[in-house]
Design a protein around this ligand. Structure first.
Ligand code: NDP
Length: 449
């Protein structure tokens, strides 16, 4: 690899060599190290004390067998993961992903990102992530429950409100969090609300947690627009995915006067020029757990479904990738640039490939990275933990106002930090540097950990 500061080059090589085959993890590490050149030049204490090398090595990695019975009575075996990456700032905090693509490299990339994201929120939370290669698609409710119970039967001994606090991610929503929390309660005989977040509103959950990542993404973009005295009003927006993050991003864009004309799932995308009908989308994706192609069918001639192509070929002013990692290729980036897109903000984790990010920079497209843009989800999880600790519950309006304020603060931190390190307007540099400095200073203060 070239381009890294000399002191960081060796660290990257060591990470690549010690973690063979974990390409997403390598990519996430490189992306952060790429921003830290000016920091290590100004602060030799971070490299002298091996803070960055320690940050790249998780505190603890747990891999376990998850055996469960399917509806036909056959034994199924999946692999479970929890990577407890860094707890300098607070208990490990980060979601669980259930998707067939999950392996250690994905969990480590997500856990590594989570350290800096959680640091950026300014809240007392460390970074971790977990999940399984279990595929929930097409599984019955009972199968999902049996899987979650088996998963928690191992995980429970590693987590706790002061230790490690999981939440949802791809394939893990409130249904799965319910089954996981139920099994934790049953095994430990403790109604310990603070052990997971994303809980239902009647059993310890927080208002706005469901909406938080999507809303927070749009609040962040609203702040970007305000810096140029602009607004969402009349903006044409394309969103990828149609899961939790995408749905609530669409809802908030519409509330702020923009029009989302396209969204997708792994089967393809729909274009609805009048604006995505959110009630219909929720009915299909949340209630019926259906496919995005069903949306076009239900809208008759008003919407088109395009199978197997990238949604980034639909022209827009603002693009919000809200599906999965590396979903925006260099070719997709060029399609967005050619169609006049001005802002790309990552609702998902690392959805833009390094090539795409490079092209956006060269074309003057504003690029805002996931660890800043989608931090509203984990920030609201931390608000859920606060409410659990004080046995309190706040109103929707109060919680949403706190989320909006946190997103404004993160946006401000990114811009002022980028300025302070000689890269004005570079949101990625600002997010990486600010996220790094807070956790690195805590690690120095806590001695050799
Ligand atoms: P969901 O499972 O609710 O939705 C994921 C969506 O992305 C689905 O529409 C899914 O389609 C689509 N998708 C997944 N893989 C692909 C693919 N290879 N190509 C195209 N579409 C795909 O997950 P979330 O909305 O919770 O998470 C989305 C992203 O946001 C992830 O990167 C996650 O890490 C990140 N994130 C989530 C947070 C949260 O609070 N939930 C917090 C911060 C970040 P299909 O159903 O066909 O698979």
């Amino acid at each position: 690899m070239t381009g890294l500061h000399a002191k960081l080059h060796d660290i990257y090589d060591e990470v690549a060599q010690r973690n063979p085959g974990e390409v997403e993890f390598h990519q996430a590490v490189y992306e952060v190290l790429d921003s830290l050149g000016p920091v290590v030049a100004r602060h030799p204490e971070y490299t002298d004390n091996a803070v960055i090398r320690r940050l790249c090595e998780p505190e603890r990695q747990i891999i376990f067998r998850v055996p469960w019975l399917d509806d036909a009575g056959a034994v199924q075996i999946n692999r479970g993961f929890r990577v407890e990456f860094n707890s300098a700032l607070g208990p490990f905090k980060g979601g669980l992903r259930f998707h067939p693509s999950v392996y250690l490299g994905i969990v480590k990339f997500l856990g590594f990102e989570q350290i800096f994201k959680n640091s950026l929120t300014g809240l007392p939370i460390g970074g971790g992530k977990g999940g399984s290669d279990f595929d929930p698609k097409g599984r019955s409710d009972n199968e999902i429950m049996r899987f979650c119970q088996s998963f928690m039967t191992e995980l429970y001994r590693h987590i706790g409100e002061h230790t490690d606090v999981p939440a949802g991610d791809i394939g893990v929503g409130s249904r799965e969090i319910g089954y996981l929390f139920g099994q934790y309660k049953r095994i430990t005989n403790r109604w310990e609300a603070g052990v997971v977040t994303g809980k239902g509103l009647t059993w310890g959950g927080s208002q706005v947690r469901t909406e938080a990542t999507g809303y927070g993404t749009v609040f962040f973009v609203d702040e970007i627009l305000r810096t140029t005295s602009d607004s969402f009003d009349g903006k044409r927006v394309v969103v990828s995915g149609s899961g939790n993050v995408a749905i609530y991003a669409i809802e908030k864009v519409h509330a702020l006067g923009g029009v989302v004309v396209a969204c997708s799932d792994s089967g393809g995308y729909i274009v609805d020029e009048k604006g995505v009908d959110l009630d219909l989308l929720k009915e299909i994706k949340v209630v019926r757990r259906g496919r995005i192609s069903d949306y076009a069918a239900a809208r008759g001639g008003a919407a088109d479904f395009v199978a197997g192509r990238s949604v980034w070929h639909v022209p827009c002013d603002i693009a919000l990738p809200c599906a999965t990692q590396n979903e925006v290729s260099g070719t997709d980036a060029n399609a967005l640039i050619d169609s006049g897109c001005r802002i790309v903000a990552e609702g998902a984790n690392m959805p833009c490939t390094p090539e795409a990010v490079k092209y956006f920079g060269a074309a003057g497209v504003i690029f805002a990275p996931g660890k800043a843009v989608n931090a509203g989800g984990v920030a609201t999880s931390a608000l859920e933990m606060q409410q659990n600790a004080s046995r309190d519950s706040w109103t929707f309006e109060d919680t949403e106002a706190r989320l909006a304020e946190i997103m404004r603060r993160i946006h401000h931190t990114c811009l002022t930090t980028a300025d302070a390190y000689g890269q004005p307007g570079n949101y990625a540099a600002g997010a990486n540097i600010a996220g790094f400095i807070r956790v690195a200073d805590a690690m120095l203060a806590l001695g050799l950990i």
